[in-house]
Write a protein that binds this ligand. Structure first.
Ligand SMILES: [Zn+2]
Length: 251
């Protein structure tokens, strides 16, 4: 195998026989002075641009919802190289809901996605810090804020204020980050459609909040990243992306 070939570009990496060959290759490299840090540098992110990253997510989700997931397993070589560095191609802010397992939804493996999960996928100080870290220090090219069907946090934020005030203080604080997005939802009679509208309105609001962040703005301006929204439908397994200005426009 060509020494210059990066680990991700090896099309047969997941085959056991080749794992042993790669292990041997790494052992040889280390014997000749390469450190694990040198090896880790060989792991290139799967995507080099925001659009490539978005395509990877779309393709991964298509495999998931059509029951063709490959559920990528790491070879011993990949796992060892990951000890020193990570190169996730996308950063995803999703909900803490147990039915929204992000890697599974996008058919991704360890080291591929930088994931932050918090109820209602709302922007706050620590969430921003994590996203800033991903932008400044990791090689990911895309930030996705993803809401989902049947979100309990969004539903709670739509309750009357006197009901919300019965919640513990920290829960109220989190709900207050969602309330402005959902308090003026049009009176859609169909409950499912109304909830979808509310979840997407919250995604738009959180994307808008993230785009006010200086580190994010600078990364968008130099075309390092793109910020998009997404809606995950639990029942079908499909993710709809909100990419254009019009799709992301806050009501
Ligand atoms: Zn949720």
């Amino acid at each position: 195998m060509d020494d210059n070939q990066t680990i991700h570009q090896n099309p047969v990496l997941n085959q056991k026989d080749n794992d042993f060959k790669d292990d041997f290759r790494i052992a040889e490299r280390v014997k000749h002075g390469a450190t694990m840090a040198d090896m880790a540098r060989e792991i290139e992110p799967l995507a080099q641009t925001p659009l490539e990253a978005l395509d990877l997510l779309k393709n991964g989700n298509a495999r998931f919802y059509s029951n063709r997931s490959t559920r990528p397993m790491l070879s011993a070589v990949e796992r060892r190289a990951q000890v020193v560095a990570q190169t996730p191609f996308a950063t995803i802010l999703g909900c803490a809901d147990s039915r929204v397992p992000t890697e599974t939804i996008f058919d991704c493996g360890s080291g591929e996605l930088f994931i932050i999960r918090v109820a209602g996928n709302a922007i706050s100080g620590n969430v921003l810090a994590s996203i800033e870290y991903a932008i400044q220090h990791l090689k990911s090219h895309l930030v996705v804020i993803m809401g989902h069907e049947g979100c309990g946090a969004v539903k709670a934020a739509m309750m009357p204020e006197e009901e919300r005030n019965k919640e513990p203080e920290n829960v109220q604080r989190l709900l207050n980050k969602i309330v402005p997005a959902v308090c003026n939802i049009p009176p859609i009679r169909d409950y499912k459609a109304r909830m979808r509208e509310a979840v997407i309105a919250n995604v738009r609001e959180q994307v808008h909040a993230l785009k006010q962040n200086e580190v994010t703005m600078a990364a968008v301006a130099r075309e390092q990243i793109m910020v998009v929204g997404a809606y995950y439908e639990i029942s079908s397994g499909a993710v709809d992306f909100l990419e254009t200005e019009e799709e992301l426009r806050v009501n």
